[in-house]
Design a binder for this molecule. Structure first.
Ligand SMILES: Nc1ncnc2c1ncn2[C@@H]1O[C@H](COP(=O)(O)OP(=O)(O)OP(=O)(O)O)[C@@H](O)[C@H]1O
Ligand SMILES: [Mg+2]
Length: 313
């Protein structure tokens, strides 16, 4: 919007993020949020409010990759970024929160044969992430899922503080990693709510279709509620355009509309987009993410740039 102020005071920042003003003061005092002081008033740069890096106390960045629309390249983004971050020397854990088990499938792991999965961890007090994590040859660890997880949407609701379970369970392993990537299912149900409660940051892949774009508002409303209720620290890593077809005007128009919509919502959008390519669909047959199979491919290079931006800001 044209006349957005460049700086906000603590009350304005709190309203924008739907958190208590004391939360804003806590972030300022702990150095999580940059600010300057004029008299007794803090001035906070508007652009740093939605685009903070949010870490756990041990410095781990937990990133939920989510969009309630199906097929926008959430899983593709998770495995390529995980392999890229791992290749850059970071310790990475991928947690598959989708009953389709897409992460394992795309790495060639047969999910039916797994007897303990993310589902077992979420619904059993005595099963830990330590019991299910697989070390993959693709530079990252995986907590796999299979169709068992479909039952979790209903079962979790019957448990106390249901939305906190993933966050609590991750404590066993989170300090071992620099990054934890949460691959969300295409819904805003209990599993995604668990991911938003456990995460510090949210990455939103958006395919270049008009319908996909409509979901951004609803996603932002969910984030706003999560901040007020379970996780004031949740921030946006950004929106990532995927399946961008350079041959069509359509992709360019949707990209620009998405830039505007993201700006209006105060959410950063990556300038880098991931082009549409059948190579992404082919790579699961080769049992590794495209970024490893063909690093010179345009799509791999796009993910490599995102990796750089995530690491260096
Ligand atoms: N840049 C791309 N260009 C073309 N096809 C792609 C691209 N990225 C992913 N795909 C393909 O699109 C399909 C959906 O991708 P993916 O499974 O990553 O989406 P998703 O958002 O995780 O889906 P779901 O919501 O079902 O979990 C897959 O067949 C994948 O190979
Ligand atoms: Mg998926």
């Amino acid at each position: 919007m044209a006349n957005e102020p460049l700086f906000l005071n603590t009350d304005e920042a709190a309203t924008m993020l739907n958190v208590h003003p004391n939360t804003i003061l806590r972030w300022i005092k702990s150095g999580k949020l940059p600010s300057s002081k004029i008299g007794s008033q803090y001035r906070i740069p508007r652009e740093s409010i939605e685009n903070r890096v949010s870490r756990t106390d041990s410095g781990t960045r937990i990133i939920a990759v989510a969009n309630q629309k199906g097929g926008v390249a959430k899983t593709t983004t998770v495995v390529n970024l995980a392999a890229g971050l791992g290749g850059a020397g970071k310790k990475v854990l991928v947690v598959d929160l989708d009953p389709q088990g897409g992460c394992a499938v795309s790495l060639g792991i047969a999910t039916d044969a797994l007897n303990k999965t993310v589902y077992s961890v979420l619904v059993n007090d005595d099963v830990s992430f330590k019991d299910i994590i697989i070390h993959t040859p693709q530079n990252f660890d995986l907590a796999p899922s299979n169709i068992d997880l479909a039952g979790a949407e209903v079962e979790l609701k019957q448990l106390l503080a249901a939305e906190q379970i993933l966050k609590r369970k991750l404590r066993d392993v989170v300090d071992n990693y620099d990054f934890v990537l949460l691959d969300c299912p295409p819904s805003l149900g209990m599993l995604t709510i668990n991911a938003f409660t456990a995460a510090g940051e949210l990455l939103i892949p958006m395919s270049m279709e008009l319908l996909a774009l409509r979901g951004l508002d609803m996603l932002a409303k969910t984030v706003s509620k999560i901040r007020a209720i379970t996780n004031p620290d949740l921030t946006y890593l950004g929106v990532l355009a995927t399946k961008y077809d350079k041959r069509t005007l359509n992709s360019q128009e949707i990209f620009e509309a998405l830039q505007q919509a993201s700006k209006n919502a105060g959410i950063k959008m990556f300038d880098t987009y991931v082009t549409s390519s059948v190579r992404f669909a082919e790579s699961p047959n080769q049992q590794a993410p495209l970024i490893l199979i063909d690093p010179e491919h345009e799509g791999s290079k796009a993910y490599a740039r995102i990796v750089e931006e995530i690491i260096h800001g």
